[in-house]
Design a protein around this ligand. Structure first.
Ligand SMILES: [Zn+2]
Length: 350
C-alpha cells in the first residue's frame, strides 16, 4: 500500500502569521502510475547499470558558540576539567546538506534553510543559499529531482522553492507530527518557535512515503519493504524510517558509493562523535532509545560508524571526521567536502 500526498493549496492564517500547505491524498494507483511510468526518467529499471553515486557535503550555515552540553549532555563543560569529554565549553555547529549524484540524477539529503531573520537570532554565520552551493559544484538547481528530508525542521527543510523540479520525500508520520504541531493552540506554543517554523513545504510537490511504501516491481522486496518500512527511490538508494529518532517521522537515506554505503541521518545523526561513542545528541525532540537504534542501523548498513553522515557534527570538514575531511572553503566562508566520487565523476575541487 502506498500513501502519497500532494500540496493542493497553500493557506495563510493571519492570526498566527503562518503559511501552511493543504495536503490532498492521491491514490495508490496514481502514485504507482507516476513511479512506474516509462516517462519517469527516474525509474530505477533504467538505471540498472549505474550502482554508485557521488556525494558532496555542503555547509549551508554554521551555528556559532553553542554550549557543548546543550548539544550533547554527555559532553557538558566542567570548568577546570582536563577530561577530553568535559573540557570544551562551546562548539560551532554546521548545518550539513548532502548533495548526491547518481548518473545524471541529483538528490539532496535535506535542503538547509534561508530564514535570514532567524539566522540573526541563532548566531548563524556563513549562510550560503543552496542554489549557490549547487552552482559551486557545477550543478544547476533545476537539476535536483529528489529531496529526501531527514526531518522537516526549519534548518533542514527550507529553500524548497529554489529547487523547482524536485519531488520531496517525507514520511507520512512526519506530516502527522507537523499537522499536530500546527494544530496545537498557538497560545500554548509561544515558547516553542520551531512550531511556527516547521514547514516551508509550500509550492513544491510533496510526496509522503508511509511506512513500507514504495519498494516497487519486486514482490520479494515489497515484503521486506513493508517490514522495514524502506523506500527505494533509485536502485540501491533507500529511505529507512527512523521514527522518533529525532522527530515523529525521521528517516535515514542509504546511498551506495565507491567509498561504501553512506547513511545520511539528518538530526537522528546530529553528531558523528555521538554515533561513534554511543551518546545521544540534539535531544530536544528525541526518543533516546530510537536515536540509539538509528545509530545501530548505520552500523548495520555501513559496517561501522565512519560512513554515517551527521548534520551538525562540530568536527565536520576537519581530519577528526574522516568522511568530511577532504574539504575546502567556498565564497561565503562555508565549507564543502568531496565525500565520494563515482567512477568517471570529476573532482569539484579547484
Ligand atoms: Zn538540525
Amino acid at each position: 500500500m502506498v500513501f502519497a500526498f500532494e500540496v493542493s493549496a497553500v493557506k495563510f492564517d493571519a492570526s498566527t502569521n503562518e503559511t501552511r500547505p493543504i495536503l490532498t491524498r492521491i491514490s495508490a494507483e496514481e502514485f504507482a502510475a507516476i513511479e512506474n511510468s516509462p516517462l519517469n526518467e527516474n525509474n530505477p529499471t533504467e538505471l540498472a547499470s549505474q550502482t554508485l553515486c557521488s556525494v558532496w557535503a555542503v555547509e549551508v550555515s554554521r551555528f556559532m558558540g553553542v554550549p557543548y552540553g546543550s548539544f550533547m549532555p554527555d559532553r557538558a563543560f566542567v570548568p577546570g576539567s582536563d577530561k577530553p569529554m568535559h573540557n570544551i565549553n562551546t562548539v560551532d555547529l554546521p548545518v550539513n546538506v548532502g548533495v548526491i549524484k547518481c548518473g545524471d540524477e541529483v538528490i539532496l539529503a535535506d535542503s538547509g534553510w534561508k530564514q535570514t531573520e532567524y539566522h540573526k537570532e541563532t548566531g548563524t554565520q556563513h549562510f550560503t543559499p543552496i542554489a549557490d552551493e549547487l552552482k559551486d559544484l557545477g550543478i544547476d538547481p533545476s537539476q535536483v529531482r529528489k529531496i529526501v528530508l531527514g526531518h522537516a525542521h526549519w534548518d533542514h527543510a527550507g529553500q524548497l522553492d529554489d529547487l523547482p523540479n524536485a519531488t520531496v520525500y517525507v514520511q507520512r508520520e512526519e506530516l502527522r507530527g507537523i499537522e499536530w504541531a500546527l494544530s496545537y493552540p498557538p497560545e500554548n506554543r509561544r515558547g516553542q518557535p520551531e512550531c511556527r517554523r516547521l514547514l516551508p513545504l509550500a509550492r513544491v510537490r510533496l510526496r509522503a512515503a508511509d511506512h513500507g511504501a514504495g519498494v516497487r516491481q519486486d514482490p520479494a522486496r515489497q515484503g521486506r519493504g513493508r517490514r522495514d518500512g524502506e523506500m527505494e527511490i533509485l536502485l540501491g538508494v533507500r529511505i529507512h524510517p527512523a521514527f522518533r529518532a529525532h522527530t515523529n517521522g525521521s528517516q535515514l537515506l542509504e546511498v551506495p558509493t565507491a567509498a561504501g554505503k553512506i547513511v545520511f541521518g539528518s538530526d537522528a545523526y546530529s553528531s558523528w562523535q555521538g554515533i561513534r561513542d554511543w551518546m545521544p545528541a540534539n535531544i530536544q525532540q528525541t526518543d533516546t532509545v530510537q536515536q540509539m537504534l538509528a545509530y545501530e542501523k548505520c552500523y548495520k548498513i555501513t559496517g561501522g560508524y565512519n560512513n554515517c553522515f551527521a548534520a551538525h557534527e562540530p568536527t565536520s570538514y576537519t581530519d577528526q571526521y574522516p568522511l568530511l575531511k577532504d574539504s575546502r572553503v567556498g565564497a561565503h566562508g562555508e565549507r564543502i567536502a568531496e565525500v565520494a566520487l563515482a567512477p568517471g565523476e570529476k573532482s569539484r575541487h579547484p
